[in-house]
Design a protein around this ligand. Structure first.
Ligand code: ADP
Length: 639
């Protein structure tokens, strides 16, 4: 079948000299295959996608025509027309927007340019159910036409150009593009319906779909049924309508359109600011995490309108980068209509709007955090890592942001706030203890926090890379300094034990511990900064810690991974004086031949501490040799 189609197109190309046939980008082909075969449940959304594209195309021309009125050529009555024709079993969606040039048709309808897309398509498995949920988060835009059509034809002429083009495809690997005569400005997309999809040729069904998904579109959506033309949506910008008249479904559909999103909004904020600056805003916080949240190329998703005219959604800086998950629109009454994108960046009104919107969003988040902690926890799992960027980027909002932070800790399940932490501090505890790493489960098992656990002292478990940075920038919370549990000395003795139990008397350290430490220091020499007896260990024999003024070990690894550091600070090796192994080693000090063996042990224990810490061993063969010889000595003597 695919073979035949390919031959047919080539034959066509031969009779029409200017027609060219091109292959879809590999990712598009895979996507189309999945779209055609597995998306049966919500096929009707194809219409929403095409109308959404048509409306965007009109918005873009309206903006371009502000500075170049000739582009609109006297046809500025922007609209989208749906024409179902039963006799030919086609549905046409046409607009008089900006249209596409030859190269744009190839680029936009043959590749997927959005950032992170290749990675997204790689995640598609061919398994209908999991693919559908992924596509649900991502959307397939124009390609969804192939859910209901076995052939799609796009006639388009770009505003300001005289040549029109016909793009056709059956969605099976390739498309054809050729010049076409008398093409009106904009795009005209004709779907040749698949067998069994005739419902989308019925006027009542089209009305129903438009009402459901596209009522909020600010342009008229016209149904052309025979000679009759009828506008079938409200055709007024949703944000200009009173809140009481907008249903939750309408908000959701608007969010899908404006944010290219497919989930439910977690938070909807719709209001009008009046005063020195007048503007409306309709903002959404998504309920799921976009896959490109940390992609450096990710564009902010807020759209700027000026008096209902779409201006831009690129680099609007209407919210700071740490609120980049917010989607929606801002419609200003005061900005000049002909404001250029470049002018926006330094415009004081935009800066003021950003400040006000930031406050507004943070205050709503604060309300959710206190009124609906479980819902807030979901938000936090999605976007907490982004919001925390604000703690070091935005001094002005730091005090508003800190109470919004949620963290995990060693003593409690679930998320806690810094206030929760401070309220549970033990008498005598002066610092907020933290430990940072990549993996929550491993962090919980870190030897450095054993003593804290034994004393009932809570330690915050920080696993986002950003944590290393905000904690040191913020420095203190409610006058309590943040202190890393893996750095410097700890004075756990000053802290009252858990459950207010009598403190058990501290066991005496082994008699020859000082000598053992001296032997270890001699053996390890310059490799470590110091060897000392530990207060923070209860179960493990040894651990590594950073000296007071040095970089935390996890941060050092992080910076090295990103090639921002190529030196290593020397670490301190701590020995647990209560551990039987350390006691045995100390007891053996002074025995004949012990000194050499103890040096070997020093290296073995240092390497063991490095492994637990997740560090690379500088000399793995030496470690293996020492371990093998130790194991060999431990075997009963051969008969
Ligand atoms: P998305 O709209 O999410 O970017 P689509 O696959 O739906 O993805 O469309 C890809 C691109 O094709 C759009 O970004 C736009 O540039 C262009 N496009 C689609 N439909 C139209 C149209 N009706 N008029 C002009 N350009 C369009």
């Amino acid at each position: 079948m695919t073979q035949d189609t390919a031959t047919d197109t080539r034959a066509e190309a031969a009779t029409e000299p200017k027609a060219e046939t091109r292959s879809f980008q590999a990712e598009v082909s895979r996507l189309l295959d999945i779209v055609a075969h597995s998306l049966y449940s919500e096929k009707e959304i194809f219409l929403r996608e095409l109308i959404s594209n048509a409306s965007d195309a009109c918005d873009r021309l309206r903006y371009a025509a502000l500075t170049e009125p000739s582009l609109a050529e006297g046809d500025a009555g922007y609209r989208v027309v749906l024409t179902p024709v039963k006799s030919s079993r086609t549905l046409t969606v046409s607009d008089n927007g900006i249209g596409m040039s030859h190269d744009e048709l190839i680029e936009n309808l043959g590749t997927i340019a959005r950032s992170g897309t290749a990675a997204f398509v790689d995640q598609l498995t061919g398994d209908a159910r999991s693919d559908m949920s992924l596509i649900g988060q991502f959307g397939v835009g124009f390609y969804s036409a192939f859910m209901v059509a076995d052939k799609v034809e796009v006639l388009s002429r770009k505003a300001g150009e005289s040549e029109g083009w016909r793009w056709t495809s059956d969605g099976k690997g390739s498309f054809t593009i050729e010049p076409a005569a008398n093409v009106p400005r904009g795009a005209r997309i004709t779907l040749h319906m698949r067998e069994g999809d005739d419902e989308y040729l019925e006027p009542h069904r089209l009305r129903q779909i438009v009402k459901r998904y596209s009522d909020h579109i600010a342009l008229p959506i016209v149904l052309a049924d025979g000679n009759k033309e009828e506008t079938i949506n409200s055709a007024s910008a949703l944000w200009t309508r009173p809140r009481a008249e907008i249903t939750p479904e309408q908000y959701t559909e608007f969010y899908h359109h404006v944010g290219h999103s497919f989930d439910e909004p977690w938070l909807t904020l719709h209001a009008k600011a009046e005063g020195v600056l007048e503007y409306s805003f309709l903002l959404f916080v998504p309920s799921s995490k976009p896959f490109d949240l940390f992609d450096p190329d990710r564009k902010p998703r807020l759209k700027l309108y000026v008096r209902r005219v779409f201006i831009t959604d690129e680099g609007t800086e209407l919210v700071p980068p740490y609120l980049r998950f917010v989607k929606g629109i801002v419609d200003s009454e005061d900005l000049p209509l002909n404001i250029s994108r470049e002018m926006l960046q330094s415009n004081p009104m935009v800066a003021r709007i950003r400040q006000q919107l930031t406050r507004r969003v943070l205050s709503e988040l604060g309300k959710k955090a206190s009124e609906a902690p479980e819902e807030y926890a979901k938000f936090w799992d999605n976007f907490g890592a982004v919001l925390k960027e604000g703690l070091y980027e935005d001094r002005e909002q730091r005090d508003t942001l800190l109470p919004l932070v949620r963290l995990r800790s060693t003593t409690r399940e679930g998320l806690i706030s810094l206030d929760d932490y401070v309220a549970a501090m033990r008498p005598g505890q002066e610092a907020i203890y933290t430990i940072t790493g990549d993996n929550l489960e491993l962090l919980k098992k870190s030897p450095q926090i054993e003593g804290f656990r034994a004393h009932g002292v809570e330690v915050l478990l920080l696993t986002d890379p950003i944590d290393e940075f905000w904690v040191s920038t913020v420095g203190t919370y409610k006058e309590k300094p943040f202190k890393s549990a893996t750095r410097g000395g700890v004075d756990l003795d000053k802290i009252a034990p858990a459950d207010d139990k009598e403190k058990p008397p501290k066991p005496e350290p082994p008699a020859k511990l000082a000598s053992l430490i001296a032997i270890f220091k001699l053996a390890l020499g310059e490799t470590v900064k110091d060897v000392r007896s530990s207060e923070r260990l209860t179960d493990s024999a040894v651990c590594l810690v950073a000296d007071e003024g040095d970089l935390d070990m996890h941060l050092e690894r992080l910076l090295k991974q990103h090639r921002q550091l190529d030196t290593s600070a020397k670490r301190i090796l701590e020995l647990n004086p209560q551990h039987p192994l350390i006691a045995r080693l100390a007891a053996s000090v002074g025995e004949s031949g012990a000194s050499e063996q103890l040096s070997e042990f020093a290296w073995l224990l240092l390497d063991q501490a490095r492994i637990v810490e997740g560090e690379q061993l500088p000399d793995p063969p030496a470690f293996a040799r020492r371990l093998a010889s130790l194991l060999e000595r431990g075997l009963p003597a051969a008969a």
